[in-house]
Design a protein. Structure first.
Length: 138
């Protein structure tokens, strides 16, 4: 089982749990939620909710996919950090994929499969912001 974390979309976070079997894939569940800031407070509970809904645990994961950008500065940092941390803690691979590498969920999952074949443990995903960070003052 694999998890996709996509925080690169504007004002929306997308989570997908899927598996590969016999050169094909099946999606267990797809969950998205709107966000206007507060990604750090919403992402981990959303991942937990997705696992519970599917009666799975993080221990069932074989890998994590994270969309590395371009996208919102803070949202990317949060998504990439959670993906890297999960991979480290669970001793599984993480792969990063940029938004321009796929057009739809099917292509994203197929590309994930190809990248996992080459993935190595202890590698990390790096965010790709696409421009200089725009940090607003409160």
């Amino acid at each position: 089982m694999f998890l996709i974390i996509n925080t690169a979309e504007k004002n929306k976070t997308i989570l997908i749990i899927f598996k590969f079997k016999n050169n094909s894939f099946s999606i267990f569940s797809k969950y998205s939620f709107k966000r206007n800031y507060h990604q750090a407070e919403k992402l981990l509970p959303a991942i937990d909710k997705l696992f519970k809904k599917n009666k799975k645990t993080p221990a069932n994961l074989r890998g994590v996919v994270v969309i590395t950008g371009p996208g919102p500065f803070t949202a990317l940092r949060v998504g990439v950090t959670i993906a890297n941390t999960m991979a480290f803690a669970l001793k599984i691979s993480v792969v990063g994929i940029k938004l321009d590498e796929f057009k739809n969920t099917k292509e994203l999952i197929e590309l994930s499969y190809k990248k996992f074949k080459k993935a190595k443990l202890k590698k990390i995903a790096i965010p790709f912001y696409g421009k200089e960070p725009n940090i607003t003052m409160a």
